[in-house]
Ligand binder design. Structure first.
Ligand SMILES: Cc1cc2nc3c(=O)[nH]c(=O)nc-3n(C[C@H](O)[C@H](O)[C@H](O)COP(=O)(O)OP(=O)(O)OC[C@H]3O[C@@H](n4cnc5c(N)ncnc54)[C@H](O)[C@@H]3O)c2cc1C
Length: 303
């Protein structure tokens, strides 16, 4: 049997205001942990990996569960603001997200099981800062911004600057994530998130690839494709050289193959219990190729 220390004692706190959250975080430092769905935190506490003295629930605070889509999300306007405590199932099922930000809906739906997605939140997935976080590549490809609140007020950071390493983010002392902002998706954009796990019943990704493609007259090829990867580097990341290949050369099998090889080069995976580094690299190439072909088919249908 695995060692199972159980939960060590802690205080559960439900602060009345965001300001109270920041002050609690500053007061207790590493001994305080924020709680949203708890699907990461409580597992780590159960396993004795984390032993916070104070668990700070933030789900109820104003705006944390709100989902605001501007009317012009399909072209111009302000896009979408998702409260950090919106659950994966809410993201995956929301009709407007499915229509305008289908890539994010696909990524949310790929997380674990239906039951877990009822608790797991988008913000918790990002703040965990796991390289394997399934929604991170979609947020990167959609060029999302993260709204962080602390005692000095609010700051907004591009998703690409948020992840610093496995389990490490740019959150500073006293700060927490309140919302994720997505700009309006480019006109006629199509997206695909392809995830390879050890099973279909809710495993973390061995590799995950998000692709968002759209017509763009400023690119030599007439199109741009954004590619973001999960579980194949210390942080979720964009494959920028692969994106450049696709901006420069006309879409088609030869270009997609070249771009997939470039995406593979962007990865720097490790061997772990889920897969070897070599297998992961090969899967980045294969998943990227498949995702590019799928996205291109959808772009052609949209005309
Ligand atoms: C069985 C199982 C299967 C899983 N499968 C997947 C999977 O397929 N794909 C995947 O990506 N993940 C998976 N996970 C991991 C987990 O479910 C997700 O990362 C989930 O989205 C975490 O969200 P949460 O709301 O439960 O976060 P929580 O557990 O509440 O929090 C996660 C971490 O972020 C911190 N945090 C929470 N909220 C904030 C905030 N607002 N500001 C700053 N820090 C904050 C917490 O202190 C904690 O350290 C799985 C977990 C389990 C147990």
């Amino acid at each position: 049997m695995l060692p199972h220390p159980g939960l060590s004692p802690f205080d559960y706190v439900r602060p009345a205001t965001p300001d109270d959250v920041s002050h609690l975080l500053l007061e207790h430092g590493e001994a305080a942990r924020l709680l949203m769905g708890g699907t990461d935190l409580l597992v780590r506490m159960r396993d004795g990996v984390m032993q916070p003295k104070v668990v700070v629930d933030v789900k109820h605070l104003p705006g944390m569960r709100a989902l605001t889509l501007s009317r012009n999300a399909g072209g111009g306007g302000e896009g979408l603001t998702i409260g950090a405590a919106v659950t994966m199932n809410e993201v995956a099922r929301h009709p407007a997200i499915r229509e305008h930000y289908g890539l994010l809906a696909q990524a949310a739906e790929s997380v674990a099981s239906y039951q877990l997605r009822n608790r797991a939140t988008l913000g918790g997935n990002l703040c965990n800062a796991s390289p394997a976080a399934d929604t991170a590549p979609a947020v990167l490809a959609l060029e999302g911004q993260l709204v962080l609140l602390g005692t000095a007020g609010e700051r907004v950071v591009p998703a690409g600057d948020f992840f610093l390493g496995p389990g490490q983010s740019c959150l500073q002392a006293g700060e927490f994530l309140t919302a994720i902002r997505l700009p309006p998706p480019p006109e006629k954009a199509a997206g695909a998130y392809l995830k390879l796990g050890r099973n279909r019943a809710g495993d973390l990704a061995i590799a995950g690839v998000a692709v968002l493609g759209f017509p763009d007259a400023t690119a030599a090829s007439g199109y741009r494709f954004r590619i973001a990867l999960a579980s194949v580097a210390p942080v979720p990341l964009r494959a920028e050289k692969a994106e450049q290949v696709l901006a420069d050369a006309p879409p088609g099998e030869a270009t997609f193959t070249q771009a997939s090889a470039a995406a593979m080069q962007a990865s720097s995976p490790i061997d772990d219990i889920r897969a070897s580094a070599a297998y992961r690299r090969a899967m980045v190439r294969n998943l990227t190729l498949r995702a590019l072909q799928r996205v291109w088919d959808r772009i052609e249908i949209k005309g």
